[in-house]
Design a protein around this ligand. Structure first.
Ligand code: NAD
Ligand code: DAU
Length: 337
């Protein structure tokens, strides 16, 4: 058995990872440690909850006693650190928890993993650590780190820490830097689910600035398959970019969603821009393709339609989310919009 500690497994990418791996890998025993913040949702893990190779633990990656207990009890040999505060806009509203979880939390987890001699520690990072691109060019693994938001600066700090533990202690760490994910189970504060849900509710769609900021989109299962490959075959001390070469201006995605749902473009409303808004992300993933043989399998055209249809069919999933705390956040972020 391969005993893996997955942190943040009740969030969007982590829950898709666990559900996919447990239905495809008999040899994985997965312990999911998640603090269940506003973004964590155990409903995401329904397909896995009764699996004999799955254990959920409600807790914080900052809690070193709890980590000691988990590493000993479950003989953890692999760690995948998904746990993070992940939303740029929230990091602009208040940054402290981002450094607490994304930097201090990663440090506590890393120190514990070192103590128990793990075989691989995989830090799930982001292309946002590279900063912003102009009209041309792609991020490669050797692009200098130049993060612009509190969120991305906390992720960049964690990346450097993880790589320093390889350099100093020889720890078998790997870092993955992926572009923007989309798919089922994404918390509706992020562009795609937010625009789908607002469209379904005939609410205005708040597009920041001129809507021409570009993001490079990847289907969540393609990301998770890359993570699995890097966990198995990635060379310690290395960084792997992950992306599917699907650059699109935000406004085009918003229009595509409206078109598919047969809603009018009049729902679009340009609102004040995100402070420090990165203009363009685009990722060069030739290293993981050449060295590990990874290739994205999902076409954007098909997977985005399946994703829109998933939210249309799973109203009860998001209707439970968009109450309470979400409404408060929405009011603060979008004011009287
Ligand atoms: P998410 O916000 O949906 O989920 C984060 C999860 O982490 C939640 O379940 C939350 O409860 C948990 N968590 C937060 N703080 C914790 C703590 N202190 N201890 C334990 N659990 C905690 O995020 P996501 O979109 O699934 O992103 C997962 C990871 O992937 C993050 O590290 C993020 O930086 C990275 N990433 C995300 C994207 C993207 O497009 N969403 C792209 C590249 C990289
Ligand atoms: O690039 C990877 C990153 O992608 C991850 O590291 C982050 O965790 C993830 O949140 C995502 O960050 P972005 O800031 O790119 O994603 P978000 O969905 O918040 O925004 C995507 C684009 O859409 C961005 O240009 C801002 C814009 N936007 C977003 C929202 C929420 C709007 O125009 N209106 C909105 O209401």
């Amino acid at each position: 058995m391969k005993n893996i500690l997955v942190t943040g497994g009740a969030g969007f990418i982590g829950s898709n990872y666990i559900n996919f791996m447990l239905s495809n890998r008999d040899e994985y025993f997965i312990v999911n440690l998640d603090k269940l913040t506003y973004a964590g949702n155990l409903e995401n893990l329904k397909p896995s909850e009764d699996n004999k190779n799955y254990q959920f633990i409600n807790g914080d990656i900052v809690n070193s006693e709890l980590l000691d207990f988990i590493f000993q009890k479950y003989k953890i040999k692999y760690v995948i650190n998904f746990a993070a505060e992940s939303h740029v806009d929230r990091s602009i509203l208040g940054s402290q928890i981002f450094y607490q979880t994304n930097v201090i939390g990663t440090n506590v987890l890393l120190e514990t993993a070192r103590k128990y001699d793990v075989e691989k520690f995989l830090q799930v990072s982001t292309d946002e650590v590279y900063g912003s691109l102009g009209k041309e060019g792609l991020f490669t693994e050797s692009t200098p780190l130049s993060p612009n938001s509190p969120y991305s600066s906390s992720k960049a700090a964690a990346d450097m820490m993880v790589l320093a533990f390889h350099h100093t202690f020889g720890m078998p760490v790997v870092v993955t830097r992926c572009s923007n994910n989309y798919g089922p189970l994404q918390f509706p504060e992020k562009l795609i689910p937010l625009m789908i849900i607002n469209s379904l509710n005939n609410k205005k769609l708040p597009v920041y600035g001129d809507g021409l900021n570009v993001r490079d989109w990847i289907y969540v299962i393609d990301h998770n398959k890359a993570i699995d490959l890097v966990l198995e075959k990635g060379t310690p001390g290395n960084v792997y970019n992950i992306g599917a070469s699907n650059e699109m201006p935000n406004i085009e995605i918003v229009k595509l969603i409206l078109q598919h749902l047969k809603k009018p473009e009049e729902l679009i409303q340009h609102v004040i821009d995100r402070p420090g808004h990165d203009r363009r992300y685009a990722i060069d993933s030739s290293k993981i393709k050449k060295e590990l043989g990874w290739l994205p399998e999902y076409s954007f055209e098909e997977a985005i339609i399946q994703t829109i249809d998933w939210y249309a069919k799973n109203k009860s999933w998001w209707e439970r989310i968009i109450t309470g705390e979400y409404q408060k956040y929405y009011q603060t972020q979008y004011k009287n919009f």
